[in-house]
Unconditional design. Structure first.
Length: 435
């Protein structure tokens, strides 16, 4: 067996952890300790205490645990990453690691991102003269931005704060014309919901005075389309060869699957769900708001008026496969649950990211990798073959197999080609009788 601790201490770090899945949990943890260059016990069995949880939300009666895993092989902008994932669904971690390995052979992922600008919305109703109100807001933009930066908790001293104001006019037969003011706020390394909400609430009276209207809602938008992240990469055609299909044929099949998702909202919904299978576990692991990320991603996918794919796939002149993703990713490395959840703090340490933008770019790369894993399986063997093999272990546990027998029960079902709960129960009974 490879001595990972020695190899990591003496050479450059690499996220290529060969046969990591075959190791015991303790052996994997020793590798992570070597990656982090520490001998300290990893905070992976602690989680939140009930007392901590009781301070976070209302009516607490306990805590709920999910598997914490690591995806390997990620090379992003020339830097190696191990990806923390909190997820219960089988096959995602394996698919991510495999897809990242394929992208790595093409040079890894190239990523970029926008500045962390969040949108705070102010809804104004009953405006006597909408056009005049727009002109007055534009004329007083500087004073409005200054007022927003005077609000409690402003990030202006750290280089963030209110940066611009946009004005929109919306009409509806039920409530008439409404003015919607967007405050663009640089939240630095925070997700920024609280500071943005505070800022727009602070502007309410001044907006009413300028417009003569009635300020109603003041709240951030989770369609953070000023805060997008992008990732792109190439997979050599030679790496895509499968059974009787050439690499170029597999690449073409993946492109065809991608175009299906671009033009059909029914397919795009499942396609994008697969992308979020990769992104959400990183969002959760790092203590960020996966509901906000999901809402922003799906709204962005429908920005043209038709729900479509978040990724695009094509073949280059040499027949290699290329993919690209772009989506809003409003995440932070300070504030929120990351301040109180020890495992979220550890996840950020494992990633080694130094800014919210870097974290968003990593998540974009993970989303693109997971999309490749899903549509490569769909375009070749079908999604169930690999998924059900990994699902067999869950079925074994559900059938009552203790952890030390679950692998054997799963192996029996896989060998038989009959991965069902009732069959798992039969094997569990047979093994228990034998023991």
């Amino acid at each position: 067996m490879i001595d990972y601790s020695t190899s990591m201490s003496n050479t450059s770090k690499t996220s290529q952890l060969n046969k990591f899945y075959q190791l015991s949990v303790q052996e994997r943890r020793r590798i992570i300790q070597a990656w982090l260059e520490t001998s300290d016990v990893l905070p992976l069995d602690q989680g939140l205490t009930v007392e901590q949880s009781d301070q976070m939300v209302e009516n607490v009666i306990g805590t709920f645990a999910l598997p914490f895993a690591v995806a390997s092989n990620f090379l992003i902008n020339g830097k190696d990453y191990l990806i923390p994932l909190v997820i219960e669904e089988p096959s995602v971690v394996a698919a991510l690691s495999s897809a990242a390995k394929s992208f790595r052979k093409g040079g890894g992922f190239e990523t970029s991102s926008d500045k962390p600008l969040m949108i705070g919305q102010i809804q104004v109703l009953d405006v006597p003269n909408v056009q005049e109100a727009v002109l007055r807001i534009e004329a007083h933009k500087a004073s409005l931005l200054a007022a927003a930066n005077d609000a409690p908790g402003s990030l202006m001293s750290r280089g963030g704060g209110a940066k611009d104001i946009e004005v929109r006019i919306l009409e509806d037969d039920r409530v008439g014309v409404m003015l919607v003011i967007h405050l663009l706020y640089d939240t630095q390394d925070a997700m920024g919901a609280n500071v943005v909400n505070t800022a727009v609430e602070h502007l309410g009276e001044e907006i009413e005075s300028l417009t003569g209207g009635r300020v109603h809602l003041r709240i951030l938008s989770n369609l953070s389309d000023h805060r997008k992240a992008r990732a792109e990469g190439m997979i050599p055609a030679s790496d895509l060869t499968r059974d009787e299909m050439s690499g170029e044929e597999v690449a073409r099949a993946i492109v065809e699957a991608g175009i299906f998702a671009e033009i059909d909202p029914y397919r795009a919904t499942t396609h994008n769900k697969g992308i979020m299978n990769g992104i959400d576990p990183v969002v959760i692991a790092t203590g960020n708001d996966w509901r906000a990320v999901e809402a922003g991603a799906h709204a962005f996918a429908a920005r043209s008026g038709r729900y479509s794919s978040l990724t695009q796939w094509w073949q280059d002149a040499d027949g290699n496969l290329r993919g690209r993703i772009e989506l809003p990713l409003a995440v932070g490395i300070v504030g929120g649950a990351t301040r109180v959840h020890p495992t979220a703090q550890f996840a950020l340490r494992l990633l080694g990211v130094t800014s919210a933008q870097e974290l968003a770019e990593v998540m974009a790369a993970v989303g693109l990798a997971q999309n490749l894993g899903a549509i490569r399986a769909l375009s070749t063997d079908g999604i169930q073959r690999g998924h059900m093999r990994l699902h067999a272990r869950q079925l074994a546990m559900a059938a009552g197999a203790p952890p030390h027998l679950a692998a054997e029960v799963a192996a029996k079902m896989i060998a038989e080609g009959n991965i069902r709960l009732e069959r798992a129960k039969t094997f569990v009974r047979e093994l228990q009788e034998r023991l």
